[in-house]
Design a protein around this ligand. Structure first.
Ligand code: B12
Ligand code: SF4
Ligand code: SF4
Length: 422
């Protein structure tokens, strides 16, 4: 195709993305990641925990062009799911409740984004029948934030999430990898830009110290522990998990880029993500059966958390609630679960551990200024910081190990790669 034709088809594709309701759209070249060494290092250190799928298809993750024969371009899109301005108070009343991360409060983004990306792919495939296409939303082995940054959708912050300049990080990402030649946006990749400057709020606010600049140790992250980790949660994290029973938004809540401004107020969010739930009553979760769980989740992205995991999470949140408030009914229910041989091992052992902790803590004190929610709110100040332009000096993975130290571990991890996807 001539340069003009490439530019015209790129403009037409991006226009169509916006018509389909994507807040942001751009094109990245189908080049390998610049962070291959860091990714291998992260995996070798076991930062992915039980998420074995992250080590699978490592070659594709490093070189997304391998996903499609003759790949030239990656159409990157983003949906906004929160404007940063709406109220954060539980819509569904007080009492012992467990919080849900914002991305899971409305419809499942995998479905919402894939539907529109599939229609875009079908339209393009009619126009360019000899080209190849692959739609990706979250689960494909690609580093979505890096691709989005390369396509000019925003910059990656120290908490590792993509931030839309002036609007924030409440974004969900998707892509179409294709052999169609399109013009990258921007034309010359300026490399990663630093939206953070000297700010370290996400690092300071993370309750489990999961963040080092531009790297998250998933095994410490509340999002991982509540959604991806299927077995018992280490007692060291029980209190730190606070009120979260599905995901965690703290590093985004405190980020200066996510504080309300006139731009965030006018930023369009996709209607499918309008919150239908922001929390669940803990006592109810403890009594859910499979049917009740399905009904409560509706069309949200929460189905990754199985019933025993949700009960485990609810028990920990209940323990954290009872450490502050008295609630005889909730306390009694936890004790019953701890003694009920009919409960799955994961649920029963978590209940026992909560009972042990409550015995140590003693009777609940009334909540003061130091409640988990208030503490999190207190950390989120309302000012904004300016980034310092291009990233000059970053220490991506400040672990003491060098790639040479972890070489054998990387080799072992790669040997174990198989062909399944998530
Ligand atoms: C695995 C995973 C997780 C894991 C691990 C998180 C992580 N930071 O990697 C867990 C379960 C913890 C998680 C949590 C969340 N996730 Co998640 N997750 C993913 C998934 C499936 C893969 C990410 C991955 O490959 N991680 C591996 C690590 C090694 O990758 P990395 O951090 O990008 O590492 C690179 C950089 O650090 C880079 N690097 C090194 N040094 C430097 C220096 C600079 C300056 C830069 C720029 C980069 C850089 O090198 C590394 C290798 O490439 C992606 C979807 C996808 N396919 O990409 C969604 C995704 C990242 N998650 C998403 C979301 C929404 C979340 C949560 C907000 C959900 C919640 N509210 O609970 C939290 C946020 C926690 C956090 N601060 O990261 C969105 C993020 C959208 C956005 N705005 O960026 C994604 C893109 C899903 C989607 N399709 O929208 N997630
Ligand atoms: S999601 Fe929560 S636990 Fe995970 S890195 Fe952010 S603040 Fe820390
Ligand atoms: S601006 Fe501050 S809070 Fe936001 S990602 Fe950067 S360091 Fe974290």
């Amino acid at each position: 195709m001539s340069g003009t034709l490439v530019k015209d088809s790129t403009a037409a594709v991006l226009k169509r993305c916006h018509e389909l309701g994507f807040a942001l759209a751009g094109v990245a070249s189908a080049e390998p990641t610049r962070w291959g060494t860091q990714l291998r290092h992260w995996l070798a250190l076991g930062r992915h925990g039980e998420m074995g799928y992250l080590a699978r298809h490592l070659q594709q993750r490093i070189d997304p062009g391998r996903m499609v024969p003759g790949a030239r371009s990656i159409i990157c899109v983003a949906d906004r799911y929160h404007d940063g301005c709406s109220e954060d108070e539980p819509v569904s009343g007080g009492g012992p409740r467990g919080r849900i991360a914002r991305y899971a409060r409305g419809d499942d983004y995998h479905r919402v984004m894939k539907k529109r990306l599939h229609s875009l792919r079908d339209e393009l495939a009619k126009e360019y029948p000899d080209r190849a296409w692959r739609v990706c939303v979250d689960t494909a082995p690609v580093l979505e934030r890096e691709l989005a940054q390369r396509a000019g959708l925003g910059s990656v912050g120290k908490h590792t999430l993509l931030i839309e300049p002036g609007v924030g990080s409440w974004l969900l990402l998707g892509e179409i990898i294709t052999s169609l030649e399109l013009a990258p946006t921007p034309a010359d990749d300026p490399g990663p830009t630093d939206p953070c400057g000297t700010c370290t709020r996400c690092i300071d606010a993370c309750p489990t110290d999961a963040i080092t600049p531009w790297s998250v140790d998933a095994t410490r992250c509340i999002s991982y522990l509540t959604i991806e980790h299927r077995s018992e949660i280490d007692e060291a994290f029980h209190e730190l998990i606070g009120e979260w029973i599905f995901g965690c938004d703290i590093c985004q809540e405190v980020c200066p880029h996510n504080q309300p401004t006139h731009r965030t107020a006018s930023a369009r969010t996709h209607a499918a993500y309008a919150p239908r739930r922001d929390s669940f009553e803990l006592l109810k979760v403890l009594d859910w059966d499979e049917q009740a769980r399905r009904e409560a989740f509706g069309r949200s992205a929460m189905k990754r958390a199985k019933l025993p995991m949700m009960k485990r999470n609810a028990l920990l949140a209940a323990g954290n609630w009872l450490a502050r408030f008295d609630d005889p009914l909730l306390r009694r229910r936890i004790c019953q679960i701890a003694d009920d041989p009919g409960q799955p091992d994961l649920v029963r052992s978590t209940a026992r551990s909560v009972v042990r902790r409550l015995e140590k803590v003693g009777p609940a004190a009334e909540e003061g200024e130091d409640s988990p929610r208030r503490a999190a709110e207190g950390r989120g100040e309302k000012s904004r910081v300016q980034g310092s332009g291009r990233v000059q000096q970053v220490v991506p993975n400040p672990e003491p190990q060098t790639p040479a130290d972890v070489g054998p571990a990387v080799a072992a991890a790669e040997k174990g790669l198989d062909a399944d996807s998530r």
